[in-house]
Design a protein around this ligand. Structure first.
Ligand SMILES: [Zn+2]
Length: 208
């Protein structure tokens, strides 16, 4: 290595490596895919290749051009045996199918999940509102509890249910307001929310 008087090493290193004859010039700036976090050269082997490609086109158009121009694709295919090509395509199709299935399952799970908003009478005319089931919608109890507290200017905290699961306990009778907030701010379908009431009556465990 030659000693460089310049302190900024990155620029010096870039200038030092002259482009080789005929070989592909690899950019020194290391780019990692914003979707799958792999180097973009490997995105095509992942399950999110379509998203990856879109991301690259938007964020590093020149690199996208280099990797996905029809020329680049042709020359790459040219170096593979037909068998390897078919295997690569098959593998990719399998991965993409798997990813699609996963997304479908997730959507189905969301559709069938329910958030419960329970109005609980603590003492006479004093209520708390208990919200449970939000985790199925990728909401975080701590975050939502905080946001409820701010939105409704009231006490709101994460508590444990009798069964040991997490829930949010909001001070006050805010069942309708919370329903509205879940729909409007968090995009939950009303069909996925159930409002229930729990009165303080002893022994009244029957349905109303
Ligand atoms: Zn990627």
């Amino acid at each position: 290595m030659e000693a460089e008087s310049s302190a900024s090493g990155a620029a010096g290193a870039a200038a030092a490596s002259a482009p080789g004859e005929g070989s592909t010039v690899v950019p020194l700036e290391v780019v990692y895919c914003g979707v799958c976090s792999l180097p973009p050269e490997y995105c095509e082997f992942g399950a999110t290749v379509k998203k990856c490609t879109d991301w690259l086109a938007g964020n590093h158009p020149s690199l996208h051009q280099k990797l996905y121009s029809s020329e680049a694709l042709e020359s790459k295919m040219g170096t593979m045996t037909l068998e390897a090509q078919q295997k690569a395509e098959k593998d990719l199709a399998k991965k993409q199918q798997k990813e699609e299935l996963r997304q479908e399952r997730e959507a189905a799970k969301k559709k069938s999940s329910v958030i419960t908003i329970k109005r609980v009478e603590r003492t006479k005319r004093k209520y708390v509102t208990v919200v449970s089931g939000i985790e199925a919608f990728e909401l975080v109890y701590k975050t939502v509890a905080k946001e409820f507290g701010k939105k409704f200017a009231c006490g709101s905290s994460v508590t444990k249910s009798a069964a040991g699961t997490e829930e949010i306990t909001v001070q006050g009778d805010l069942s309708d307001e919370i329903l509205e907030e879940l729909v409007e701010k968090y995009g939950i379908e009303e069909d996925n929310i159930r409002q229930v009431e729990e009165s303080k009556k002893k022994g009244g465990s029957g349905a109303g």
